[in-house]
Unconditional design. Structure first.
Length: 310
């Protein structure tokens, strides 16, 4: 079959876009006809379809479709997405009020009659990856429980790319945890005997893919900035857990979640978690220190609160 007219081309000016939770993001996409500067032939209506790709590219989630004056957004993207349309060949997608779940790769598909072409753009979020295990102890979460555990801590289950970036930034953790693709991995910057052996090279160790219902591990969660204020509550006495919850409520806040303390430390430089290593407070490295799950009824501590902005 001989081609009739110039071929439709779809291009993304940038392959990767960066944003943060609560912000806006524009995923670039423009379409042309080969050897011309025109956007369309005028014979057929242009149909633009944006989908989100899963980690293995086998499934696509509908995000937005436009054809002529008709527009439709799907799922969590409803009323948060629209086409920029800065020119007649601009199919760029604007995402408002970016959510943690928006992280990932998106496909822009443009269709005109029998012609079509696609481009892929990645949306990355500024944020922090942190390991999490439940009060029951190490290796007690199946995949679905791991997803819920992250959500309860103001975060989502991390992707491999997010864990890899965290490892490159120095994350070292010996316990294996679930990732969003269903694999189980852990990052090592300082090889040692209990973590694959002291003679191995640093890297992200991969346990492979496990049964999401029966296998049990920890989880790596990802969170971004938040729309609120994280702070240490000044209180005249140390508190039990229930007293701490009540103290935050009386101050117009809620007791803080794990994801919020990590975001405050990593993204805002909050120093009650240790940003500046010093004697008696993490002398060797900056980190959020985990001291386990003490007895809620008898152990006394200070409290971190979180006040959401309206």
């Amino acid at each position: 079959l001989a081609e009739n007219g110039p071929r439709l081309l779809v291009v993304a000016e940038q392959a990767k876009i960066f944003s943060h939770r609560g912000g806006n993001a524009t995923l670039p996409c423009k379409f042309y006809h080969e050897h011309t500067s025109t956007a369309g032939s005028g014979t057929h209506k242009i149909r633009v379809k944006w989908t989100k790709l899963t980690y293995d590219y086998l499934k696509e989630l509908n995000v937005f479709v436009a054809m002529g004056h008709h527009r439709k957004s799907y799922g969590n993207y409803h009323s948060r997405v629209f086409l920029r349309e800065s020119s007649e060949n601009d199919a760029s997608l604007v995402i408002t009020n970016v959510m943690l779940e928006d992280y990932g790769r998106y496909k822009c598909e443009v269709i005109e009659g029998l012609e079509d072409d696609t481009a892929v753009v990645a949306l990355n979020l500024e944020g922090v990856v942190f390991p999490y295990s439940p009060p029951l102890g190490r290796y007690n979460l199946n995949f679905h429980e791991a997803q819920r555990a992250c959500l309860e801590q103001d975060s989502v289950i991390a992707s491999f790319d997010q864990l890899y970036d965290a490892w490159r930034s120095g994350l070292d953790w010996c316990n294996a945890g679930w990732l969003s693709d269903g694999s189980v991995q852990y990052p090592i910057t300082k090889p040692r005997e209990p973590c694959g052996g002291k003679d191995t090279v640093p890297g992200v160790r991969n346990y492979g893919f496990w049964d999401k219902d029966k296998s049990r591990y920890d989880v790596f969660c990802f969170t971004s900035n938040f729309n609120g204020r994280f702070y240490y509550l000044i209180h005249p006495t140390k508190l039990t857990y229930d007293e701490a919850v009540e103290a935050c409520l009386k101050d117009g806040s809620q007791i803080a979640k794990v994801g919020q303390i990590f975001a405050a430390w990593k993204l805002l430089g909050y120093d009650h978690p240790i940003s500046r290593p010093r004697k008696r407070c993490s002398p060797n490295e900056a980190a959020v220190r985990f001291v386990g799950f003490p007895d809620k009824k008898h152990k006394l501590y200070g409290v971190y609160c979180f006040r959401a902005y309206n």
